[in-house]
Design a protein around this ligand. Structure first.
Ligand SMILES: NC(=O)c1ccc[n+]([C@@H]2O[C@H](COP(=O)([O-])OP(=O)(O)OC[C@H]3O[C@@H](n4cnc5c(N)ncnc54)[C@H](OP(=O)(O)O)[C@@H]3O)[C@@H](O)[C@H]2O)c1
Length: 313
């Protein structure tokens, strides 16, 4: 079978997408593409000024439309407010929510906590998104929409297991920043797989696809270096980045393929070349760390416990 090409993705006129963290990197490029196909993208960002700048840039090339809404995944109150206001606006406009892309993420940095006191990387990358999916579930259900969860090849190093505890998730005893990031990306993959299994069991019209962007030149690595007091490495890295990183545009292709209706629920999309660092978006086998239903069920249970609310289904 020939490789998937972005041109295979349909026109998106009349369709509405939410992309978290779409003022930058992979999310920005996915939003740009969808607006270019006539879609309407809700830029769900924590910095509205940065979102407006991205919106202006996207609209220059696009035929579709975009709006900016504030969303801080590291604050569950912000997640709830975002979902409530968006759902009300969709209902008032008679629009459906065709897809939610759980894209935003932080990698590494010092030990920091979310507003509710959860370790920041897990709080943002997994817990905030799990809360967002839950709050937007009625809108997704009504539309027969799609959830796309952006994971990473780092998920292969995740160590979540059937005996993981609440503290492993939100208050790790030893803070190894890269291991915590790997756990968050493993959690993304486990969550997507478990949600897919539950959707199938419930006969829900929602579909769920996971993706990973390979290793792409975005703000992820520069931010990590700055937060670790190594900002002086950003400029040299910027100069040599084409050697190691693919572009953010290439990094957005797995997300776009995940949104393509020809990609089935439960799929995992990403590049395969160089151990997953780069290449065209392919349908992959789920990494072993993300494939065990028992580990996924444990993560589901812990997530509900931490959020204090049932997840959908
Ligand atoms: N780049 C790679 O090589 C790579 C590899 C594997 C996986 N990924 C994944 O790809 C996704 C996108 O990352 P990227 O590479 O495009 O990095 P990026 O350019 O740094 O974009 C990350 C986005 O997430 C947003 N964000 C961070 N914390 C947030 C919060 N609390 N609430 C709302 N938004 C928040 C950022 O907002 P601000 O601009 O305001 O900080 C930014 O818009 C992430 O999930 C990342 O883990 C990336």
């Amino acid at each position: 079978m020939s490789a998937w090409q972005a041109r295979q993705l349909a026109e998106q006129t009349g369709r509405t997408f939410v992309i978290t963290g779409s003022n930058s990197g992979v999310g920005l490029e996915a939003a740009r593409d969808l607006v270019g196909r006539g879609g309407h993208v809700v830029l769900a960002v924590r910095d509205v000024a940065a979102g407006e700048k991205a919106r202006a840039e996207i609209l220059r090339a696009g035929r579709g439309s975009a709006e900016v809404r504030r969303l801080d995944l590291a604050d569950l109150d912000s997640v709830a407010t975002f979902a409530k206001e968006l759902s009300e606006q969709l209902a008032a406009d008679g629009r459906l929510l065709n897809a939610l892309v759980c894209n935003a993420g932080v990698m590494g940095g010092p030990l920091l906590f979310t507003t509710q006191g959860f370790e920041r990387q897990m709080g943002t990358n997994h817990l905030g998104h799990a809360a967002l999916v839950t709050a937007l579930w009625p809108a997704l259900h009504e539309a027969g929409g799609r959830v796309v969860v952006v994971s990473s090849i780092a998920a292969r190093g995740g160590r979540l297991s059937t005996v993981s505890t609440r503290d492993d998730l939100v208050a790790p005893a030893v803070y190894d920043t890269q291991k915590v990031y790997a756990n968050t990306k493993q959690a993304n993959l486990l969550f997507a797989q478990e949600l897919h299994r539950r959707v199938v069991a419930a006969g829900s019209p929602v579909s769920v696809v996971a993706a990973h962007p390979g290793v792409s030149w975005t703000n992820l690595f520069p931010r990590q270096l700055r937060e670790q007091g190594k900002g002086y490495l950003v400029m040299p890295l910027r100069l040599v980045h084409p050697l190691a990183f693919q572009s953010a545009t290439a990094g957005a292709l797995p997300t776009l393929r995940a949104l393509d209706s020809s990609t089935p629920s439960g799929a995992f999309v990403g590049p395969k070349l160089l151990n997953g660092w780069r290449g065209r978006p392919e349908l992959l086998g789920v990494f072993s760390t993300g494939a065990d239903p028992a580990v996924a069920a444990r993560l589901w249970e812990l997530t509900e416990d931490v959020l204090g609310t049932p997840l959908p289904l």
